[in-house]
Design a protein around this ligand. Sequence first.
Ligand SMILES: [Zn+2]
Length: 241
Amino acid sequence: MPEKSEDVPVVVFPDVDPELPLTHPAIAMHLGIAKFTEGNVSEVLRRVVRLNEVFGFYPSEAITEGLVRRHIGQSLNWGLTQPEEFDEKITDIEYEHRHGKPRVVFVHIRIERPRPDQPCDIYQDIIQKSGEESRRVEVYEDGRHLWVEGNDDGTGRTDWEEAYAFPGLVILNARHGQIAKFIDESRFEKLWTRATSLDCAWIREGGHPCARQRDEEAHPWCGEHMGIARVLFPRLFEDAN
Ligand SMILES: [Zn+2]
């Protein structure tokens, strides 16, 4: 008797039908094809090849048009997904398979006309599968970089409604006054380091960063450079007390 934890339900899959292997639930539920037809042979073949790259169900030479054609006329009850949805899903699964953790994406949202209490740029680290945010950097017009990580508020938190569920780029971009796009991990990490660092963000002549610490956590500069900034860029401070 193999040891099994009592609260893990054991799912028993039927044997693979050698004539119709793609109808096996473990494969069919990922394929996202409602019915094998003459018209979808090439798309099914493409998906099986991709699935097999991740799971290695079969030796790759076994995956042929003939294998798919044997299934023509078979219906599946696992629903239908669009090619792009299938690609996104399988990329998530592959990532998790390889790295042992869910795939993350990095999103930049530019707010075109932010109010003074609103960030002008929002950068997020999102778990793609659930749409959940794990880290966020908010950049304000006065140069402040605030950050949030899970329940850790960093240097301040806004009640920004998109923080907890990423609705996808299409929905974000359909909203007036904002532009959203994916960015590279390295760009996010650079901003994250800057936001969470306590160093003054002032760049001296010749490109050398100021070596002192920030005056206050929520301000980007040390005391001296805050003073210079107030003289040089008074409009940045108009709304501050
Ligand atoms: Zn400084």
